[in-house]
Design a protein around this ligand. Structure first.
Ligand SMILES: C[S@@+](CC[C@H](N)C(=O)[O-])C[C@H]1O[C@@H](n2cnc3c(N)ncnc32)[C@H](O)[C@@H]1O
Length: 280
């Protein structure tokens, strides 16, 4: 989810992508136009400024941790069947794996706009994207909660500490374990989900598998955000298959993140045959 563009260019680029794909988005086009404007009110600014401070601390950290490599070193690497113990600096992990500030703000605005009650994230890492999500849930008010899954126990603990600096513990739960092992219980106990962010194990077959596991636990109209769908990445192949095969009531390709929306109701499901709404 790298955003090498400057912030104003990034925002203009997102606006253009949403405008080009608005025809297939129906009522969601307006919501997404608002999200990608990335404007913040006073309270939102305060929340994001707090996260910026935590980001600065992670970036400046000299701490080195022993961790299992589940693909945290780079957003592009994938989980190997035998994960290897590794020593990594927190600052390196932050720079290579955490959501950029621009995409973090996008996730924040998305949660503000969708007002989900239940959010699931695959791939916690240091908890940076989770911070943006829970900051938005806090501002939304109510009982909205995030469950986020991380394979590495040390990263999970750091993420818990980071989240505790921002919010009360009931708002966010970090589950430690492999997605394949943890997801079934998580879905059963905390689903259905209104918003899911898939940001780990960036491999085609794995992404398709997780999506299949998650699909029965999506609330009507739920949004699934896929990270790492830039051209030539393995997740892009999974994304293309999902939008081609799946009945949906809208999808938007933002060239870093793709958003897929579940049908709103049974009537939507009956029009399964309609072609993908994404304009490439
Ligand atoms: C790109 S990072 C997540 C970044 C985070 N969402 C953020 O933006 O701050 C992906 C994380 O998923 C974890 N991961 C990858 N494959 C996994 C698997 N199969 N089970 C559990 N965790 C996994 C990695 O350890 C890594 O920390």
């Amino acid at each position: 989810m790298a955003s090498p563009l400057s912030f104003p260019v990034f925002r203009a680029w997102l606006k253009l992508l949403v405008r080009r794909q608005r025809a297939g988005l129906g009522d969601r086009a307006e919501m997404l136009r608002d999200v990608v404007a990335l404007h913040l009110d006073e309270h939102e600014h305060k929340a994001e400024a707090f996260i910026d401070k935590l980001r600065d601390e992670l970036n400046a950290s000299h701490e080195v941790i022993q961790m299992e490599d589940f693909g945290a070193g780079t957003r592009r690497s994938v989980l190997s069947s035998e994960s290897k113990p590794n020593k990594r600096g927190i600052s390196e992990i932050y720079r290579r794996a955490a959501a950029s500030p621009a995409w973090g703000r996008f996730m924040f605005r998305l949660v503000r706009a969708l007002k989900p009650s239940t959010v699931l994230e695959l791939g916690t890492n240091l908890g940076v994207s989770a911070l943006h999500i829970v900051a938005a849930l806090d501002l939304n008010g109510g009982e909205g909660s995030l469950t986020t899954i991380e394979g590495d126990p040390t990263l999970s603990e750091i993420a818990r500490e980071n989240l505790a600096k921002l919010t009360r513990t009931s708002r966010a739960t970090v589950q430690t374990g492999r997605f394949d092992d943890v997801l079934p219980t998580c879905l059963e106990e905390h689903g259905p989900y209104d918003l899911v962010f898939i940001d780990g194990h960036h491999e085609e077959a794995a992404t398709l598998r997780y999506f299949e596991m998650i699909k029965p636990y999506l609330a009507p109209g739920a949004c699934v955000a896929f990270d790492d769908i830039e051209p030539f990445r393995p997740v892009r192949k999974a994304w293309k298959r999902i939008i081609a095969d799946e009945p949906n009531s809208g999808a938007v390709d933002l060239l870093g993140i793709g958003l897929w929306f579940a049908p709103l109701d049974v009537a939507d499901k009956e029009s399964d045959a309609k072609p993908s709404t994404v304009v490439q």
